[in-house]
Unconditional design. Structure first.
Ligand SMILES: [Zn+2]
Length: 68
């Protein structure tokens, strides 16, 4: 399965108070999100750099934590 991310523009409504932080660095994304599938889960990042960081740092760490 090939996973390709895509940019998703954030449309903020005046009544909308939902903020979307980056799954990697936690920064609140204001304009557009990099949406990509990581290990079968949809994740949102502020940049492709954060996706890379997430894949190289967070995912192996999570795997190590869940490994028995
Ligand atoms: Zn980020």
């Amino acid at each position: 399965m090939t996973t390709v991310g895509h940019w998703e523009p954030i449309v903020t409504q005046i009544w909308d108070t939902v903020i979307t932080p980056c799954d990697c660095c936690g920064q609140v994304v204001a304009k557009r999100l990099w949406v990509v599938d990581v290990d079968g889960e949809e994740h949102r990042f502020c940049s492709t750099r954060c996706e890379e960081l997430y894949r190289t740092h967070v995912v192996p760490q999570r795997r190590a934590e869940t490994a028995t």
